[in-house]
Ligand binder design. Structure first.
Ligand code: ZN
Length: 310
């Protein structure tokens, strides 16, 4: 069977299907404890949604701490992530530490930085591991109390489920990803790029938006493009998806064609927008006044795939 242009052939930044999540082992407390205490276990600490990295610029790398030298006593929530290269990996939330304490304890390893900033320099596998860890620990932080009855919840299944402690409730809470669509819109040989109201000056990208209850992904693509730029579209086709743990999205990428290129912008959402040619995008100076997203985002993947079609 010939595989389509798939995630196997073109890795998606921030995802790594080769990492073994070993989800069937999450329900075995004895296994989880033995894995945590094993000599080859590794810990990925996260502090207030920041990931531990060492080095500068393109030499940045994720820091994985051998479990034997990790002080489990100071960790908050833990999550069994799975196996990488046969070694058990655990995420550990260090957010309760004060800034001075966290610096003192971890400065020999590196510094806690925002993955949204550092992700562009990390190897795909490392960025994916940090994204996974950050995503699940953020979910724990935001689900400490039951949304049904207000009682505390506790982590079970190796950190992949939370259970309400109220005996008369016992509601289960699972890690969630919020779907958002992101779409490259074409008209003839140009694509639509826009600057959102919350973007930095000079930064342009494809359009995106959150899926609302009762919508299909295609409904959202069509609604967002019309609401933000006044453009009706057709031929909506799935392209690729990407985990985007900032804080908890799943970005679902699409391509579509505009029926008419006339733009009517919603100024609350879009500051400027225009139709750009492949040559224009291809010759964009990375140090110039206009910038497109970095290569670790699916927005850039959609743009690059389109530019490279010719
Ligand atoms: Zn409850």
């Amino acid at each position: 069977m010939t595989m389509p242009d798939s995630w196997q052939q073109k890795p998606i930044p921030l995802s790594n299907p080769a990492f073994d999540r070993a989800s069937h082992r999450r329900f075995e407390p004895a296994f989880l404890e033995a894995a945590r205490q094993s000599a080859d276990a590794l810990v990925i600490p996260v502090w207030r949604s920041r990931s531990l990295v060492a080095g500068e610029g393109e030499a940045r790398r994720a820091v994985l701490i051998p479990a034997a030298s990790f002080d489990w006593e100071i960790a908050g929530e833990l999550a069994f992530l799975g196996f990488g290269a046969g070694r058990p990996h655990f995420g550990a939330d260090m957010s309760a530490l004060e800034p001075e304490d966290v610096q003192r304890r971890f400065e020999s390893h590196g510094a806690f930085e925002d993955l949204r900033f550092t992700g562009q320099w990390l190897e795909t596998e490392e960025a994916a591991l940090l994204a996974y860890t950050k995503g699940i620990l953020w979910w724990h932080e935001r689900h400490r109390f039951c949304g049904v009855c207000g009682h505390p919840t506790q982590s079970v299944d190796g950190g992949h489920r939370r259970l309400c402690v109220n005996e008369s409730c016992k509601a289960e809470h699972f890690p969630r990803s919020d779907p958002a669509v992101i779409m490259l819109i074409e008209y003839e040989d140009r694509c639509l790029l826009a600057r959102g109201a919350n973007f930095p000056a000079g930064f342009i990208s494809v359009l995106a938006g959150f899926v609302e209850p009762g919508e299909s992904l295609e409904d959202t693509v069509a609604r967002e493009v019309f609401e933000e730029c006044g453009v009706r579209i057709t031929d909506i086709a799935y392209s690729a998806s990407q985990p985007w743990p900032f804080p908890s999205s799943l970005m679902v990428g699409f391509r579509a064609r505009a029926i008419d290129p006339t733009l009517t912008l919603d100024p609350r959402e879009i500051v400027e927008a225009g139709w750009y040619s492949r040559d224009w995008v291809h010759s964009l100076d990375p140090n110039g006044p206009l910038k497109i997203p970095p290569r670790f985002s699916i927005s850039r993947r959609l743009i690059d795939d389109w530019v490279n079609e010719q």
